[in-house]
Design a protein around this ligand. Structure first.
Ligand SMILES: [Fe+2]
Ligand SMILES: [Fe+2]
Length: 307
């Protein structure tokens, strides 16, 4: 029997699967969830707790899996769908995470990049149209401190900031969300465990961390399919308006406006997801500990969203 790996993040929502799914334990595939079941709510949470990125299906079931995916995507993005915004948001969060993983893990893959780009446009339009979606997407706790999930949260917060500022060209918001989605790409390629507070980094680790924006940007800059604005966002996403960011320490007037938005959104989710700051005190912490580092208008919007 041969198996095919699939991304766990693509298995969201209440649509029953019509194929069996397996997990790999000691080089052996073990049946995990049977056809007829679905991956919503508590079951999804349990699965995320296991930090599994890949599951397996039988190779013969590939067609069924592809149909499931298409059905799920179309249902989630259909404005007339009868499914709740919560279920649709759960699915879309997973799809975005899967798109981020596909680009991050294979930077030469122009097709994966184009797919992520096209779906970012749908994602942004969904977030702008469905006010309720924002809360459901960022409300999905990043239990396994997953880098791609962090990317989706940052993309969601960045889109929300841009939407409320009202100063960003709507087409630019698509690029903004794509840059945010893969902003931390470089962490995938270093051995550094970033899913912990920065205060716990050794001096050597801190040094590796300092260069992740430049290294990530460089990794992508020569790819012909890459948008220069996405590269710029990655390069500047840790810069701050007071010049105290890194890797360069750029000043506010040297910063790309889109990168500024990603920087604010990223700072907040870094606190929540990796620094273990409780969600309800995260914006306060950002304001007090990093006063002047991020535009006040961004902080106010983040405060309205996260509380
Ligand atoms: Fe980063
Ligand atoms: Fe980040």
């Amino acid at each position: 029997m041969s198996f095919l790996p699939i991304r766990v993040s693509t298995l969201r929502g209440d649509q029953a699967i019509d194929f069996d799914t397996y997990v790999k334990i000691n080089e052996k595939q073990i049946l995990y969830l049977r056809k007829g079941d679905s991956f919503e709510g508590p079951r999804l949470k349990r699965l995320k707790g296991k930090k599994l990125k890949k599951m397996y299906i039988m190779e013969n079931d590939e067609g069924l899996y592809r149909n499931y995916l298409t059905k799920n995507i179309e249902m989630a993005y259909d404005p007339k769908s009868e499914k709740s915004v919560q279920t649709r948001s759960e699915i879309i969060q997973g799809l975005q995470q899967s798109n981020a993983e596909a680009v991050i893990e294979d930077v030469d893959n122009a097709e994966a990049y184009q797919k992520a780009k096209d779906e970012c446009a749908r994602f942004v339009d969904f977030l702008i149209r469905e006010d309720e979606a924002l809360v459901h997407i960022i409300g999905q706790e990043n239990l396994d401190k997953n880098l791609a999930h962090h990317g989706v949260t940052v993309a969601t917060l960045a889109t929300a900031i841009a939407k409320r500022l009202g100063t960003v060209d709507p087409r630019q918001i698509h690029i903004l969300s794509l840059g945010a989605l893969i902003h931390d790409i470089e962490h995938f390629y270093t051995a550094l465990d970033v899913a912990r507070p920065r205060s716990a980094f050794t001096p050597v680790e801190a040094k590796v961390y300092q260069t992740h924006p430049t290294d990530g940007a460089r990794r992508l800059s020569e790819k012909r399919h890459m948008d220069p604005q996405v590269v710029k966002i990655i390069a500047q996403h840790e810069e701050q308006i007071d010049g105290k960011g890194f890797p360069v320490g750029l000043q506010e007037n040297q910063l790309d406006p889109l990168a500024q938005i990603v920087s604010s959104a990223n700072a907040l989710d870094r606190l929540i997801t990796f620094e273990n700051v409780p969600r309800n005190s995260s914006v306060k912490k950002l304001m007090i500990n990093h006063v002047g580092s991020y535009p006040l208008s961004h902080i106010q919007i983040l405060g309205d969203i996260v509380g």
